[in-house]
Design a protein. Structure first.
Length: 288
């Protein structure tokens, strides 16, 4: 049995859909959720639902019984809690005999030395703990979601231009659906134990280059503006983002500007047997 944590989140739901598309029987997939009412769609497809919370060790032990492969999607809780929550999950998996843990880590040049500090270092701590614990593991080092580009770039960018303080830094943005399909491959095929995969697009783009792509797609001249950080945070808040989340996203912009996401590595083609969807094709679907 495959168990997916964070199953009602964007990546969790997309991965379950990819597993179903690959022919995995719904009753061989379990979704771990904190609130069963949010899992109605998954339940209607025949996916098993189990209740569990990263903070509640006993609930995790109960949920993990009978699980062969565990997809541990990184926590979205407060940063200070995330590593301990991941340890809870890994320890519960060990106690219940889970045979393989797949963890969604993060792809940056150096998680330990990032200017984002603790906001990304917990991924490195989790990976190190997994390597020490003795359970077969796979690390899936995900880049930033291409799906985030519309939110990051500002309001009505086809008329106002892109507005983000990301400098000339490049990011190999990848759609969530491509990440989910890569996860589904690892969850359903052999030979991935104790390996680490970089889940990124084959080409990294700066936001200036994204503006050029959008110009080609729309036939309009899309400009690229770099506001001051405080102005950018205000811009995000005006779109409905909370103040804390806006500040968090602004710090990601600093890491992009610092070139921390341009790792020039990708294992997606190896896993999928094809090149990942290009950013231009993704943007074409969003903005055409």
């Amino acid at each position: 049995m495959i168990l997916v944590t964070g199953a009602t989140g964007n990546l969790g739901k997309a991965t379950i859909h990819s597993l179903l598309n690959r022919g995995i029987a719904p009753n061989d997939i379990t979704a771990l959720v904190r609130d069963e009412t949010k899992a109605a769609e998954l339940k209607s497809k025949g996916v098993q639902i189990r209740l569990g919370d990263y903070q509640d060790f006993e609930s995790l032990k109960s949920a993990f019984h009978g699980v062969d492969k565990l997809l541990l999607i990184s926590s979205s809780s407060d940063i200070v809690n995330r590593f301990e929550q991941h340890k809870n999950s890994i320890n519960a998996a060990r106690e219940t005999g889970v045979g393989h843990i797949i963890y969604t880590s993060f792809d940056m040049k150096n998680l330990h030395q990032s200017i984002m500090g603790a906001e990304v270092q917990y991924h490195a701590y989790t990976a190190d703990y997994l390597k020490q614990i003795g359970i077969p593991y796979t690390l899936m080092d995900n880049t930033m979601y291409a799906d985030m580009i519309p939110l990051l770039s500002g309001r009505d960018i086809l008329n106002n231009g892109i507005s983000i303080p990301a400098g000339d830094g490049k990011t190999p943005f990848l759609p969530i659906t491509e990440m989910a399909e890569s996860l589904a491959v690892v969850l359903t095929t052999a030979g991935h134990e104790n390996k680490e995969y970089v889940i990124t697009a084959e080409t990294a783009f700066s936001f200036s280059e994204i503006a050029d792509l959008l110009s080609d797609i729309t036939g309009k001249t899309i400009t690229y503006h770099q506001p001051k950080i405080n102005s950018y945070i205000t811009q995000l808040i005006q779109t409905g983002v909370s103040e804390d989340d806006a500040a968090y996203m602004a710090r990601f912009c600093g890491a992009i500007a610092n070139g921390e996401f341009d790792t020039n590595k990708s294992d997606v083609k190896k896993l999928l047997g094809r090149s990942p969807v290009s950013l231009k094709d993704f943007l074409q679907n969003v903005y055409s």
